[in-house]
Design a protein around this ligand. Structure first.
Ligand code: XMP
Length: 514
């Protein structure tokens, strides 16, 4: 969508750290894009990158079916940095040799700089680098020099300054590599001559122009869930096209305590987002009655959402576009080396609508990571308290009530969840936790309250730390905090007589229970 943007092209050979490479480049205010190694020469020319990074990968370059690229890409005169497998690929392309190492090198190594180079300009000698490889370079490719070695890799980094091609055996993108940031900066600014002008401010300016250009005078519709992505997207689109944006908020009845009311107020008073509020809670509850299968619940919610939204959209003439808060990890998932993975859970969004209603998509964040969307939100003056909100799943509390959903269960869960989150905020832990919530289990247990026997629900609490939700660890609360919390919930919430804390990581568990 954005023309003539300074771009670093990252070519993926199946690296575990691929997103990390993209982030390190972007943290230096240079836009980066990840593409599969199957990218064609024409596509590279079209992107017109200022530099190319070849990623690591799990295979050996001599393996059957080892990923390769069109070697013409390396001859375009665009600066190249190869990392691990990327270095070995450069060797293969320029007649060097790579062999399996006798001692595989995983973890720490010391980088001995052996010759001056742009890549290692001002990099301290004998710094710690992070290795993860089973092959190493045994013969230098033609026209290259060795610029660093390590104990087990006599050819640990190479460069050809005429061709502007360098390669390193270690991983500069991981934080354990002490001088990693400097090395990446040297590549970006000394070798590729980047300007480093990719900031939230410029992103907003460029996207406002692009959105105006795309939508013309047509109407654009947006489903405001109250989540960070859709809200920031709506504020941005509103800035671009003003009243041509129609915002719709659907209260599914599956939201947290007072949530629909609170976000409505925020939209109107702080964000100048007037919107159509639809209370569809009864419809959702009716359709969910008697359903216990998690995937069925998700599908019903997704379809009902589309139905309600479509009904509203039809009332407005001239709607041609739908705003979606799609993020970059969703895009990479379908285009990178690994390809689409199996569906663990069907994610709910307004997918399906665009084809049905013949709407085109406006997805301003297709190229951003979550934390970058947050920075754009800050630049758009969205209150910090909102920006830092924990993620909340589209199907809402429906995936946190195991078994059948009823109004009564929803009310119990809303009360308990509210106490949990408030206690976390009071203890100043909210921003240390990636996501926290309560789950109502379909189990009753015996308790004693005063002189009475109770037979009530069990509530599970879940709090995790994570970077992107792909992996997660359970948060270590202080025991006294948990003890207090448990008695507060049991005393205040009628219908709960037992609280348990979830101590599973992801994998093998998931964050949500359904
Ligand atoms: P899981 O449970 O798969 O969740 O480990 C990872 C993250 O995704 C959120 N999540 C969803 N978000 N629609 C969403 O928009 C969904 O259907 C959905 N399911 C899970 C979950 O809350 C966690 O942050």
């Amino acid at each position: 969508m954005i023309k003539d943007r300074e771009t670093i092209l990252i070519i993926d050979f199946g690296a575990q750290y691929i997103q990390l490479i993209a982030r390190r480049v972007r943290e230096a205010n240079v836009y980066s894009e990840i593409h599969s190694h199957k990218i064609t020469l024409e596509e590279v020319k079209r992107i017109n990158p200022v530099g190319i990074i070849l990623s690591g990968g799990p295979m050996s370059i001599y393996d059957d079916g080892a990923p390769n690229i069109n070697h013409e890409i390396l001859k375009l005169g665009i600066p190249v940095l190869g990392i691990c497998y990327g270095l070995q690929l450069i060797c293969k392309a320029f007649e060097g040799e790579v062999e399996p190492a006798k001692n595989r090198e995983y973890g720490k190594a010391v980088l001995g700089i052996s010759e001056k180079s742009k890549l290692f300009n001002n990099v301290i000698d004998n710094s710690i680098v992070w290795m993860s490889h089973g092959d190493y370079v045994t013969k230098l490719p033609q026209g290259f020099k060795v610029i660093a070695k390590s104990d087990h890799s006599p050819i640990c980094a190479i460069s050809n300054e005429q061709k502007n091609i360098s390669g390193v055996q270690f991983h500069p993108e991981v934080l354990h590599t002490q001088e990693g940031t400097k090395i990446i900066h040297n590549f970006l600014f000394d070798i590729c001559k980047c300007k480093g002008d990719w900031t939230p401010h410029n992103f907003i300016d460029q996207n406002i122009a692009a959105i105006k250009n795309t939508s013309g005078n047509s109407k654009v519709i947006c489903a405001l869930s109250g989540g960070v992505d859709s809200t920031v997207a709506a504020v941005l689109v509103k800035k671009a096209i003003g009243d041509n944006l129609i915002c719709v908020h659907i209260d599914t009845g599956l939201m947290r305590k007072d949530e629909s009311k609170k976000i409505g107020k925020l939209f109107e008073e702080k964000l100048n987002l007037n919107h159509i509020h639809i209370d569809a809670s009864e419809k959702f509850l009716k359709k969910l009655a008697g359903v216990t299968d998690p995937e069925k619940k998700r599908k019903i919610i997704g379809n009902t959402f589309i139905e309600v939204f479509e009904e509203e959209a039809k009332k407005h003439d001239d709607v041609k576009f739908l705003v979606q808060g799609t993020l970059y990890p969703d895009v990479i998932e379908s285009t990178s080396f690994k390809g689409a993975s199996v569906t663990i859970k069907t994610h709910h969004n307004v997918g399906g609508l665009p084809e049905k209603m013949n709407l085109k998509l406006i997805e301003p964040f297709r190229e951003l990571f979550k934390d970058e969307v947050r920075n754009v939100g800050r630049e758009l003056n969205i209150p910090e308290e909102f920006i830092e909100r924990h993620p909340f799943p589209g199907p809402g509390l429906a995936v946190r009530i195991l078994g059948e959903i009823t109004k009564e269960k929803l009310d119990i869960l809303r009360e308990a969840d509210d106490i949990f989150i408030n206690e976390i905020k009071d203890a100043n832990l909210y921003n240390k936790i990636w996501q926290a919530f309560a789950v109502l289990l379909p189990i009753q247990s015996v308790g004693v309250m005063g002189d009475f026997r109770t037979y009530d629900n069990v509530l599970a609490l879940r709090a995790v730390t994570s970077v992107d939700g792909m992996t997660a660890d359970w948060f270590r609360f202080d025991n006294d905090f948990l003890a207090n919390l448990s008695s507060k919930i049991i005393n205040k919430v009628r219908g709960v007589n037992r609280v348990v804390y979830d101590i599973s990581s992801k994998p093998p568990s998931t964050i949500e229970w359904e």
